[in-house]
Design a protein around this ligand. Sequence first.
Ligand code: B12
Ligand code: SF4
Ligand code: SF4
Length: 309
Amino acid sequence: MEATNLATKLISALEQNGYRGKIVSVEHLGNLKNDIDTLHRQGLFDAEFVAEELSGFDFTLPDGIPRAKSLIIAAAPQPQVRVTFTLEDKELPCIIPPTYRYATDRKIENLLRTHLEPADFHVQMTMIPRKLLAVRSGLAQYGKNNITYIEGLGSFFRLVTFVSDLPCPEDGWQELGFLNDCTSCDICTKACPGGAIGADRFLLHAERCLTFHNERPPEFPAWLNPSWHHCLVGCMVCQKVCPVNKNVRKWIVDGPTFSAQETDFIMQTAGQDKLPRETVQKLDQLDMIEYLGVLGRNLQALASKHGLD
Ligand code: B12
Ligand code: SF4
Ligand code: SF4
């Protein structure tokens, strides 16, 4: 099949499976790097953020795709998941925000492979700035809260990116765009508990974001009021208050319940090898294993808030 048709078919296949996607030329890898480097040179990033988050990006071409020609970005709609912990005999429901389900990354990768490999094309997942590519490719637009939005999905989707040797038929590279709705709105700015969405600049003050602190150990900084936490990890405030999310903000599915004994193990931050197999399976199913080191501390903050400690 001709590459142009295959690219069109690939985007349709993503849509038929409930995802959205775009393809741009691999030459834009340099543009993405340049966008990030420019902000870095302007001294707009906190040092801890640079060390922990920016260092995770890889702007080099993967060895596995020697004749790389395109970048593929895909969005997978995801709900909030409500999981229930048990403290003594009381239930503590906790929300896991959308986008913590890594499983969709592999599903999308498999879907792309199924279409590309018979035509001798290849894909490899890549860790590049995904919101930036989503907006530059025309897949999404920024909200003032720095999260990206897609028509019909609000901001409730996880982004994933790939490098491929599939030629890019046409390139819709765009200027950075943001939602029209944001021009006369500052609801998220006012609602953000840490003041991370500054009125002084568009770029998030990441070091003031609850997510930045509750995703990593060991202690919360002194300025962060533990009662602000309302999710197992992450934070939903700037997405829930946003009017553009009115049709998705109540999209919550129920996840597993953790018994009093399981909750106790997790709160003691027992290592994976010390947890019962069933508990590990439940956490794994939620893609929460990698957060095991912070779940106990976060649960403690939520328990205190609800008078359950
Ligand atoms: C680092 C990171 C974080 C950090 C920093 C967040 C940040 N804003 O950078 C922390 C830990 C704080 C964080 C928090 C969250 N994150 Co996060 N995070 C990432 C990660 C790994 C990289 C993000 C990144 O590129 N940062 C670097 C900055 C420079 O990029 P940027 O924000 O796009 O900045 C651009 C804009 O500011 C723009 N810009 C600058 N000036 C101007 C001016 C105008 C007018 C315009 C229009 C644009 C513009 O240019 C900048 C780039 O050059 C991505 C995964 C990935 N690989 O991309 C997930 C990701 C961005 N996170 C995600 C989510 C969902 C969250 C949380 C909601 C978590 C949660 N549910 O609890 C919060 C939201 C915080 C927020 N309001 O942004 C999703 C977003 C999905 C979506 N719908 O957009 C991603 C894509 C994960 C995924 N795989 O889906 N995250
Ligand atoms: S709350 Fe308002 S300003 Fe913030 S992202 Fe939504 S529409 Fe934009
Ligand atoms: S995720 Fe929470 S803390 Fe972070 S910017 Fe949004 S409202 Fe603020």
